[in-house]
Design a binder for this molecule. Structure first.
Ligand code: RUQ
Ligand code: CUA
Length: 614
C-alpha cells in the first residue's frame, strides 16, 4: 500500500466528512499534454529522466533535483541543522556533527566503479570546518562524517574512479601546524595538505604536505594520479601578494609513490599536528611524489575528459584553458621530459574561465565568470592549434545570466558522458525573477547541449548557494522505500533495545536509567503513539526512542515536544532517538509533526513533568 491509498482508507475509516483525495482529472491531463512541449517540460504526473545532485553551499545541505524539469525533489541535511527532519538534533546526527551547527558544502561526487557512478555513496565536503561527509544513497542520509586533520578550507574533493577507493581532499588555506607562536606569524612556515580518505571506512589513510594553496581536485580513471590546481605559489597572505606571479601550477600526485613511502615508513610526524595519519612531505621542489606543471596564473577548475586522457585546467585570472596529456605524466615523473611538456594545448576561451564540462563527443564547455557565458570548444582542435595549425577550437558560445561559477554536464565526470544537458550555476540572477528583497536567488540554468549549438531552456531560482552539481540518468541510483536498517545509526537502537530487553516495534516503556536520566521507548502507528502519557522529573535527561511501525511507503511520523526544542522525523518502519532536559513542572503535549492520517492532529500525548522529590 502506498501513502495515498492509506490516506484514502484512513479518511473512510475515520468517517471524517470530505471528498477524499482528488485524483488528477482527465481534463488536467489533457491540458498538460496539449501544451507546447518545451525541452524542459515534464507534464504533471510524469517523471524526470535525470537526477541532479546539488551542493547547497553555505546552507550546508545537498539538494536533489529532477531534470529537465528542474523541480527540487528533496533536500538532504548534511552539515546544517534541519528542523524538518531533526538533523543535528537527533542523537545520531548530533554525535556525527560533533557540536557544529554550520557547514559550507562545495563539491558533490558519487562513488565510482570502473569509471562510472556506482550508485552507492555521495561524498560532499565542508569547506568551513574541513570535513568530508558521506551519504548512503539507498537510505539517502548521511552515514559518516570525518574531520580532515591539519587543514583549513578543505575545498576540492574527488573520489577515485577505477573503484570505490580513496577520496582525495585539498586544503586551500596555508596554515601553521605548530604550537610555537613565532610560527604563527611567519607565512613561510605555513603548509597545506592533500588528504586521502578511504571511501569505504571513511578513515584518513595518508596526507601529503605541500606549500601552495590547493584549490580544485581531480583523479584519473586508472587510480595512478590525483590532481590539484594550485594558486598563490607566492605564499602571500594579502591579495596583492597572492596574484603577483604569472605562473602557478597543476600539481600531480603520484599515488603509487605516495603509497610506497607510507608503506616503508618514509613519513614524518608533526609535533603539534592533529590525528595520527602518516604524512608524506612533498614540499621540496624535487619531490618524487609530486609533479608541478606550470600553467598560467591562478588556475581554478581541473576536470578530466571522459576518455581519461586529458586534464583541463581553467585559467581563472588567465583567459585560457590548459590541456594536460595524462599519458605524458609517467615520462615527466621519470625526468625524461619537463613537467611543462605535458601541456598539449593552451587556448583562449574568454574572461574568467572557472570550470569545464564535457559531452563525450570531444568538446569541452568552459564557464566564464567575467564574460557570463559558456564557451564550447573542441579538444582535438585546441591541440592542433597549439601545434601551430590554423584552426579555431571555439565551436559555440551562449550567454548565461549571470556570473557563472560551476558548470557541469550529464555524466560529464564519467566515461559515460552523454552530452545531453548542461547546468550553469549562475551566482547572480539580478532581475530575472520577481524581487524578493535584498538577497536575490541564484540562477541555475539548464542548457540543452545535444546539438551543435547550445540552447538555454530553463531558469531555476535557487537559495544560497548551490556550488556544484552532478547530473545522472535516473537508473544510476535506486533509493529505497524503507531504510535498510544496516547503517551505524541502527546499531545504536539495537544495542539499547538489547540492554533494556524491549522490542522497538512493540514496547512502549519508560526506564529510569539513573538518578537524573530516563529512557522512553515509543512505538507509533497512525494515528497513535503507544504511550499516551509518561512522567519524568524536572531536570531529567530524557531520551526518547520513537519507532514508526506503519508498513506504508512514505508514511512519516515524528515527535515534537512543546517548549523543549525537540522535533524529528521518523520514516515508515524506521527508528530515531532524541535527548533533552525536562523543563519545569507541568504538562507538555507531544505530537506527530507530519500529516499522516485524518486523525493526525489527535496523534499526541502528554509528558508530565513533576517536581523532583526531596
Ligand atoms: S569552487 S566556482 Cu568551491 Cu567549486 Cu569553482
Ligand atoms: Cu503521525 Cu501525524
Amino acid at each position: 500500500m502506498d501513502r495515498r491509498d492509506f490516506l484514502k482508507k484512513s479518511l473512510v475509516s475515520a468517517t471524517v466528512a470530505g471528498t477524499g483525495v482528488a485524483a488528477i482529472s482527465k481534463q488536467e491531463i489533457a491540458v498538460a499534454s496539449s501544451q507546447k512541449q518545451a525541452a524542459d517540460h515534464v507534464p504533471p504526473g510524469q517523471l524526470d529522466e535525470y537526477y541532479g545532485i546539488w551542493s547547497g553551499g553555505q546552507s550546508g545541505e545537498i539538494r536533489i533535483l529532477g531534470l529537465p524539469s528542474m523541480r527540487e525533489l528533496m533536500r538532504v541535511p548534511v552539515f546544517n541543522h534541519d528542523a524538518a527532519t531533526g538533523w543535528g538534533r537527533t542523537d545520531f546526527s548530533k554525535e556525527l556533527l560533533g557540536g557544529r551547527i554550520t557547514g559550507d558544502t562545495h563539491h558533490v561526487h558519487l562513488s565510482y566503479t570502473n569509471g562510472t557512478y556506482d550508485g552507492r555513496y555521495i561524498y560532499v565536503n565542508d569547506k568551513a570546518q574541513s570535513r568530508l561527509a558521506r551519504i548512503s544513497i539507498p537510505n539517502m542520509e548521511v552515514d559518516a562524517i570525518v574531520n580532515i586533520p591539519n587543514s583549513q578550507g578543505t575545498h576540492g574533493i574527488f573520489p577515485q574512479r577505477h573503484k570505490t577507493g580513496l577520496v582525495l581532499c585539498n586544503s586551500e588555506f596555508r596554515i601553521p601546524v605548530s604550537d610555537d607562536p613565532a610560527d604563527h606569524i611567519d607565512p613561510s612556515k605555513y603548509v597545506t595538505f592533500h588528504t586521502a580518505i578511504d571511501g569505504e571506512t571513511m578513515k584518513v589513510v595518508w596526507q601529503v604536505m605541500i606549500d601552495s594553496n590547493l584549490d580544485l581536485c581531480a583523479t584519473d580513471y586508472k587510480g595512478l594520479y590525483s590532481f590539484a590546481t594550485a594558486y598563490n605559489t607566492e605564499g602571500g597572505v594579502r591579495l596583492e601578494d597572492m596574484i603577483a606571479l604569472d605562473r602557478d601550477f597543476l600539481i600531480v600526485f603520484n599515488l603509487e609513490r605516495i603509497a610506497q613511502a607510507v608503506k616503508e615508513g618514509r613519513t614524518i610526524t608533526l609535533k603539534d599536528g592533529d590525528g595520527d595519519a602518516p604524512i608524506v612531505d612533498a614540499r621540496d621542489a624535487d619531490s618524487p611524489f609530486v609533479l608541478r606543471i606550470p600553467i598560467p596564473k591562478s588556475p581554478h577548475g581541473v576536470n578530466i575528459d571522459p576518455t581519461g586522457r586529458y586534464a583541463v585546467c581553467s585559467g581563472k585570472l588567465s583567459p585560457t584553458v590548459s590541456v594536460v596529456d595524462l599519458e605524458k605524466l609517467a615520462d615527466a615523473f621519470a625526468g625524461v621530459i619537463k613537467p611543462r611538456d605535458c601541456v598539449v594545448a593552451e587556448h583562449e576561451v574568454g574572461l574568467g574561465p572557472l570550470h569545464t564540462a564535457f559531452d563525450g563527443r570531444g568538446n569541452g564547455y568552459t564557464s566564464l565568470f567575467i564574460d557570463s557565458n559558456i564557451t564550447k570548444w573542441n579538444i582535438e582542435k585546441a591541440i592542433r592549434a597549439y601545434q601551430g595549425e590554423d584552426v579555431n577550437p571555439i565551436v559555440d558560445r551562449i550567454d548565461v545570466y549571470y556570473q557563472v561559477g560551476h558548470t557541469n554536464a550529464s555524466m560529464s565526470e564519467t566515461k559515460d558522458a552523454d552530452g545531453k544537458w548542461l547546468i550553469a550555476l549562475c551566482k547572480l540572477s539580478k532581475d530575472r525573477f520577481l524581487n524578493v528583497g535584498p538577497l536575490h536567488p541564484e540562477n541555475d540554468q539548464l542548457i540543452d547541449i545535444s546539438g551543435e549549438k547550445m540552447k538555454l531552456v530553463h531558469d531555476g531560482p535557487a537559495y544560497a548557494e548551490p556550488h556544484d552539481c552532478i547530473l545522472l540518468p535516473k537508473d544510476v541510483i535506486h533509493p529505497l522505500k524503507f531504510n535498510d536498517k544496516k547503517g551505524p545509526r541502527h546499531e545504536l537502537y539495537k544495542a539499547w533495545a538489547k540492554e533494556d530487553k524491549v522490542r522497538l516495534t512493540r514496547h512502549g516503556r519508560v526506564f529510569r536509567k539513573g538518578e537524573r536520566s530516563v529512557r522512553v521507548y515509543m512505538p507509533c502507528k497512525a494515528p497513535k503513539f503507544k504511550l499516551k502519557q509518561f512522567e519524568v522529573f524536572e531536570g531529567d535527561e530524557v531520551q526518547i526512542i520513537v519507532t514508526n511501525t506503519n508498513n506504508v511507503a512514505d508514511l512519516p511520523h515524528g515527535l515534537t515536544i512543546s517548549h523543549h526544542d525537540v522535533t524529528m522525523l521518523v520514516n515508515a518502519l524506521d527508528t530515531q532517538s532524541i535527548t533533552f532536559t525536562a523543563g519545569k513542572p507541568g504538562v507538555y503535549w507531544y505530537y506527530c509533526p507530519y500529516f499522516c492520517h485524518a486523525l493526525h492532529l489527535e496523534m499526541r500525548g502528554r509528558m508530565i513533568v513533576k517536581s523532583r522529590p526531596a
